[in-house]
Design a binder for this molecule. Sequence first.
Ligand code: SF4
Length: 540
Amino acid sequence: MLLDAGVVNRCRRRVHLEYDPQALRPTVAEDPTAQQRITDAAAHRRSVSGELSRLVGSRWAQVPSDLPTAERVAATRSLLDARAPAIWGGLLPADSDGGRRGGADLLVASRTGYLPVIVVRHKVTDPGAGARTAPLSAPWPGKARHDAHRKVRAQPRDQLRLAHALRLLQSAGVAALGRARGGVIGLDADVVVWHDLDAPTWPGGRTAMAEYDLRFADRLAVAQAAASDAEPLAFPSRITECRSCPWWPTCGEALRRGRDVSLVLRGEDAVALRGAQVSTVDDLAALDPAADPPVPLAGMGFADAVLLARAWQRDLSLVRRHTEVTVPRADVEVDIDMESFGDAGAYLWGCLLSGAGIGVTPGYRAFATWEPVPTSDEARSFAQFWGWLADVRARAAARGYSFAAYCYNELAENRWMVSSAERFAGTPGVPPVADVEEFIASSHWVDLFGVVSAEFLCAHGKGLKTIAPAAGFSWHDSEAGGENSMRWYRDAVGLDGVEPDPVQRDRLLTYNADDVRATCALRRWMSSAAVAQVPFAGDL
Ligand code: SF4
């Protein structure tokens, strides 16, 4: 049995299911956004390899990716034997004793052997100092220096992938001697960031290599038990990854059948509760919410957990925490929702104006740029959004009306408002950062997510798509969602070299307009008599 690097970052039960010949394969269609991520990552790797080969010049060697596996391994082996300084696309000999297989995007030579470098499509540094980086033109570890402008983003998954590749190099007898190291080229593709995989930076003072060895040995045992029909070593337990896991229909069914406690409290809390003999939702619901918890919980308060278990027993998705539900309201109200495309930019600020008349037409308006982000046109749309919002605030104040602007989970909006003010400073209409910070800190800016968290216990999550239907709201587009909107955006602005598609642009606008109407419907419902029909936690 040979496992690839991915197993160490994968759920243990998923490893079991993937190697269990009896398990029914998932029938759900492949998630198009996952497919898009794979396509984007491949395009990023192609672009980085093109740039590296140009910079590294004659010291560059490439293993053709279209060769059959055995020939790729042989081609890699002969380049390693020839001490090629930089080998792209290498596939290493399988480590049959260790049970692993794989390679690395780039293998680079040091004085004593080879080290792995991987190319990833996420950020690997932050502004700061202290990372060890080497230029792309000299991606070798010997060229790495203290970086005065970058600090490392830990990215544990990257480190574990590097550890896997390093163990393969060691088993092939070609790994560099000395400390375990590995390089990463990130989304910015500006430098190679070198990680010290022997540094005790993991929980409990472990190193990346030690963590990898522990996890790999565990996953190998899980896979071997599954493949040989032995007693399973991994069981389903709800974790964050379940949301996007193709095996959820199988695991979800098993968990519901067993009324597993992880249906209420996922992750490590569920593991801890099982260890304290609280294995089912019913065990949890039977506890006294006013008593001390049987084990410390990290995810939520113990009393909330017990009440949520009781709500789950009664199939209630929403429970009131208090007899009275309160939500800040104002004479003039604006619901705001921002759409961004990854880290590239915020391309749309949607606003829904309602309430007392202030001489501005009520309803929805969108401040958008349809030039692919990043673009300086984003500064124009942000300036227009801010100018409109400031005008509405000023008009409300001039008429003696109270004002409030609402969003759902302010982190994204706050981040992009501040970053837009920073990035586009000096552009006409773009406010100083201090103005944006003043607005964010003011009582005029209301995060409805926080209000919902304070007022309700939510058995199926607190996402807007989950909560707004309780207020009677539904979206026009049944496929509406953050991940799908990324795909629509690509088509709307013609990101993949195709003509921009106006239909997808309209779809994004409809989706954004629905999101602000959803927050509007939610807060109106929360301040209406209808909210009293939501069961009260004290009655459970
Ligand atoms: S659904 Fe959840 S528990 Fe099941 S395999 Fe996937 S991640 Fe693991």
